[in-house]
Design a protein around this ligand. Structure first.
Ligand SMILES: Nc1nc2c(ncn2[C@@H]2O[C@H](COP(=O)(O)OP(=O)(O)O)[C@@H](O)[C@H]2O)c(=O)[nH]1
Ligand SMILES: [Mg+2]
Length: 490
């Protein structure tokens, strides 16, 4: 049995210590030098040498790990005093990378950092770190799994409050816990299934063992399928909710964009066909990131450039998460039913490039209500819930529109939570989909009473794909893709 258990793990790469690697250094704080403090981080088996040589101390015992010491630091070759700064070291394995790490909290100038880089470069087996190399070492030394490392880079890139929460939870292991729980259940099932294959004919093996395996796999399969049917919530929050503003020429789309971005991002003019290209802006709405784009007015036109603009508008709308459609109220016949008039206006608009955008959430803005009289405004109470009468020029009902928009986006992303995390990137989706597909193959083989040995092969593949999400299984190529997005010093 022990031998069989070993077989399960034989293809899986476990953590590997890295004492033979070079010692690396980089600026851990942002790239602009000219700050009160900047931090240079050194990591590797020779890291403490830099602490002793730069401070001219002889004994490492003079530095307790994780304690700050104010020290004068000197150039190792020229003996020049470089700076007076705080220093700290973290003894392996209790450091970010799992290796010995030393930090110099220097005055943040190009000259000070340059002098320290020059002295560190002169040490044998020292070199400048590659982008993401500290985090990659942390992963290789088992300090982070891949989802936690991805959470870390997302936290560094977070622009809004909700992105901060989601990435922080992921960095603290929300996805890792979920995926590891599933993986370990499947690993146990695999071990039991193999035991059953090997011993059920000639030894006493409980009959229930196979049905337990099937139940566990079914439970994991169902949970993962639900996890995948998430309407891309985590990904929308990570990448920004994509919104397109659509409508006929002159409806007030560019005016609306300028209200949302609070600056004259797009040209507003009474000349129809002013906006041609898609104009994109990023904003923060109630902590949610939004990538909003203004588009060319939808109409049939002989002008090839404007026509290209209309095509681009439709293309963009097709790849969006949400649509805002602006309707100029003066285009409607106001004495008839307003909801029906708006429906007709939209269906005329969408026939222009035979689009429907059926699957998309739509907010409809009835703009230029400042041009209407009190009698017409009374009819607004009968409007459908997703139609908001506004005036871009006078700023009427803009608050109501913004709160409805925030609500729609919050529904698309939901509030991040540690206990119910959503997958946050395409990589997770690809490998989890493979996992689910292989689990389904396993269950189908079993249901059809097909070869159990072959069925178990699918279970093994599923475990492998799931392990690729967290990094229990990895290839160099996969690590390159993940860590190349990191900045130097992280
Ligand atoms: N009266 C009135 N005019 C507006 C309003 N919003 C926009 N406009 C005017 O409508 C014209 C077209 O606006 P624009 O934002 O460029 O429309 P777009 O073609 O849809 O981008 C401009 O002259 C705007 O000043 C509004 O709420 N009331
Ligand atoms: Mg415009």
């Amino acid at each position: 049995m022990i031998f069989k258990h070993f077989r399960i793990y034989k293809n899986i790469c476990f953590c590997r210590h890295s004492s033979s690697l070079s010692t690396i250094f980089a600026l851990a704080t942002g790239p602009q030098l000219r700050s009160g403090v900047a931090i240079i981080r050194v990591s590797g088996s020779l890291a403490t040498q830099s602490l002793l040589k730069l401070t001219r101390e002889t004994k490492l015992e003079n530095f307790k790990p994780k304690q700050l010491y104010l020290k004068k630091i000197y150039h190792h070759k020229t003996n020049d005093l470089i700076d007076q700064c705080m220093t700290v070291w973290f003894k392996e394995p209790k450091s970010f990378t799992g290796e010995d790490v030393v930090e110099f909290h220097i005055h943040g100038s190009k000259a000070v950092a340059g002098a320290i880089f020059s002295t560190l470069s002169s040490f044998p087996n020292y070199r400048l770190a590659e982008p993401g190399e500290f985090s990659k070492r942390a992963y290789l030394n088992g300090r982070l799994d891949l989802t936690e490392a991805e959470g870390l880079i997302d936290l560094i890139n977070a622009q809004t409050e909700q992105q901060r929460k989601q990435s922080l939870y992921q960095m603290q292991g929300s996805l890792k816990e979920l995926y590891e729980r599933w993986r370990l259940d499947l690993v146990k099932s695999l071990a039991h299934a193999e035991a059953y294959i090997d011993f059920h004919e000639d030894q006493h093996i409980e009959n229930d063992i196979l049905s337990d395996v099937i139940n566990t796999v079914k439970t994991a399969y169902n949970a993962m399928s639900i996890h995948l049917q998430d309407h891309r919530r985590g990904e929308i929050l990570r990448d920004g909710c994509r919104i397109a503003i659509l409508g006929a020429p002159n409806a007030g789309k560019s005016s609306l964009l300028n209200i949302l971005t609070q600056k004259p991002t797009a040209i507003v003019s009474p000349i129809a066909g002013t906006t041609r290209d898609v104009i994109e802006s990023t904003i923060d709405l109630g902590g949610y990131p939004i990538v909003i784009c203004d588009t060319a007015g939808l109409r049939i036109t002989d002008d090839p450039i404007e026509n290209e603009g209309v095509l681009r508008a439709v293309d963009r709308a097709n790849t969006c998460d949400l649509l805002i459609i602006v309707v100029d109220i003066s285009m409607l016949s106001l004495h008839e039913n307003l909801n029906e008039q708006i429906d007709k206006h939209l269906s005329d608009l969408f026939t222009i490039k035979s689009s429907s955008f059926n699957s998309l959430t739509k907010l409809i803005l009835l703009n230029k209500i400042d041009l209407t009289n009190e009698n017409i405004r009374l009819k607004f109470q009968q409007l459908n819930d997703n139609i908001i009468p506004i005036s871009c020029t006078l700023g009427v009902n803009i608050e109501e529109f913004l709160s409805k928009l925030t609500k729609s986006i919050a529904e698309k992303c939901t509030e991040p939570s540690f206990t119910t995390p959503y997958l946050t990137n395409e990589r997770h989706r690809i490998y989890l989909t493979r996992t689910v597909d292989d689990l389904l193959m396993f269950l189908t083989f079993i249901n059809n009473n097909q070869d159990l040995v072959l069925a178990v092969e699918y279970l093994r593949l599923a475990i492998r794909s799931l392990g690729t999400v967290t990094g229990v299984v990895h290839t160099e190529e996969l690590l390159d893709v993940i860590f190349r997005d990191f900045c130097i010093g992280k």
